[in-house]
Design a protein around this ligand. Structure first.
Ligand code: GLN
Length: 482
């Protein structure tokens, strides 16, 4: 079925003129009209505009004619960009993010605004100020988050691929819970210019796709230096597909023992253990290693992420963007009222926490200490990567959880990212790909395998992920409901 085709296959049909870009878009449009009311992955989409872009598509380019769903935190000129927050309601982007420019340069075009947790703060897409998104595998469950709209749209065949952003797991975890491939590139690989900032030392944009090959194809378009983002790296252009198809001889995979502890759902653990066996049968060698500071990752993350968020979100004051309170009668009350009305509970919690850890008297005890422990976490990885090429774990300790199950318990929600957060703190790259299904109450729920590689090792990650994907069929199953 067209909407579930990989980009690589769709491109073949486009280039040989078996379908036109407009026909491809129309197939997606049909799915969106019938399925989005159930899954609620899109906040909005502009079919007319997309149709114009489809008509103009240049098929000679590597992604010519491919529509891509965009997380609501990434700016597309003339399109709404709310970061799923009331405080940005009504805001329209005045320029294209660098990733959008890069996608366009590769021939792709943006299609629609995908739901997310408000300002990407969450793991379930339930903190969106507009509506939750539901998991296409079981509509009573969340798609994960914060890029839950991106993962759900893709899994439900409402997008060929999508962009997400990953600050602590927000691409990989929803990809795992929805049965797609989600890649977090090395920090600095992809420009953040035009991404509504959450925590700038951690945020990284990346692709969600049906296959590993598509992920590499999209990263080819997204990656590259950008003078507008001083943290983007000036690395020469690479072809991230160049190692696809190579076998796994000589690859050493590390099994971090701290990632195989009690608390992982038994069915998830089984799938991951089988995947490791599969990787070794394909020629890789598995060795146990240790990342001794793992236990501090979640605490360190929630100090750094809230500190940076409290600073980044100071710009939303009712003066420049989006919502402005009507109740205010002077400047200070304009700031206060606008922020009171515009931010949701989770965002306020983080701003308060972040302001606290940065405040004089507490800065050294919390923020500074967290930065030091962050260095220890980074060193754990450096040490590990001196012995192995990559690390393997579950992406998430559990499969998709029920809507409402964690939304009243922030600590429970924060633990959803226990396996993904450390990679952001260390700046390294990671990918999640389907590695099986768990059975729960008569429903099949996808399980994600996480591969983590050293900085700049995306090609090797793609090679290993692709070899595993070629040897298994998990990624070929669309959700039964749709
Ligand atoms: N769930 C984590 C958080 O709430 C990660 C979010 C993200 O990666 N954007 O901060």
């Amino acid at each position: 079925m067209l909407p579930f085709l990989s980009i690589a296959k769709a491109r073949k049909l486009l280039v040989t003129k078996k379908i036109s870009p407009r026909e491809l878009l129309d197939e997606l449009q049909k799915r969106i009209v019938t399925i989005n009311p159930k899954v609620q992955a899109y906040l909005s989409w502009d079919y007319e505009k997309a149709a114009l872009e489809a008509q103009r598509a240049d098929l000679s380019k590597p992604l010519g004619g491919i529509p891509i769903g965009i997380k609501d935190a990434i700016l597309v000129q003339g399109a709404p960009a709310f970061s799923a927050s009331r405080i940005l309601e009504g805001y329209q982007a005045s320029y294209d993010a660098t990733v959008i420019k890069n996608l366009r340069a590769a021939g792709a075009y943006p299609l629609g605004r995908l739901n997310m947790d408000e300002f990407a703060m969450g793991s379930s897409t339930e903190t969106s100020a507009f509506h939750p998104t539901y998991n296409p595998w079981d509509l009573s469950r969340t798609p994960g988050g914060s890029s839950g709209g991106s993962a759900a749209a893709l899994a439900a065949g409402m997008a060929m691929a999508a962009l997400g952003s990953d600050t602590g797991g927000s691409i990989r975890q929803p990809a795992a819970l929805c049965g797609c491939v989600g890649m977090k590139p090395t920090y600095g690989r992809v420009s953040r210019y035009g991404l509504i900032a959450f925590a700038s030392s951690l945020d990284q944009i990346g692709p969600l796709t049906h296959t590993v090959e598509d992920s590499a194809l999209l990263l080819n378009a997204l990656a590259g230096p950008d003078p507008k983002d001083s943290t983007s790296l000036s690395l020469p252009g690479e072809d991230f597909t160049s190692q696809l198809g190579r076998d796994l001889q000589g690859i050493r995979i590390g099994i971090p023992k701290e990632y195989f502890v009690d608390g992982i759902e038994p069915q998830v653990r089984q799938c991951v253990e089988k995947a490791i066996a599969q990787l070794t049968s394909l020629g890789a060698e598995a060795v146990e290693i240790s990342l001794p500071h793992t236990q501090y990752a979640v605490s360190v993350y929630y100090i750094i992420v809230t500190a940076e968020a409290s600073s980044n979100l100071a710009r939303f004051d009712g003066v420049r963007y989006g919502h402005r309170s009507k109740k205010a009668n002077d400047l200070l009350s304009l700031y206060e009222q606008t922020r009171e009305e515009g931010f949701g509970a989770e965002v306020k919690r983080r701003i308060i926490l972040g302001t606290y850890v940065l405040s004089s008297g507490y800065y050294d005890a919390y923020y500074l200490r967290a930065q030091k422990v962050r260095t220890l976490i980074r060193r754990d990885f450096e040490e590990a990567f001196s012995k192995v090429d990559l690390l393997v774990s579950a992406t998430s300790p559990e499969t998709a959880f029920r809507c409402g199950e964690k939304s009243n318990d922030p600590l429970k929600m924060y633990l959803a990212d226990i396996f993904t957060i450390a990679a952001n703190l260390a700046g390294i790259c990671g990918i999640s790909l389907p590695c099986g299904f768990a059975q729960k109450e008569g429903k099949k729920l996808p399980v994600g395998l996480q591969l983590l590689g050293p900085s700049f090792a995306e090609k090797m990650l793609f090679r290993v992920a692709h070899a595993y994907e070629e040897a298994t069929a998990w990624h070929q199953d669309p959700p039964p409901l749709l």
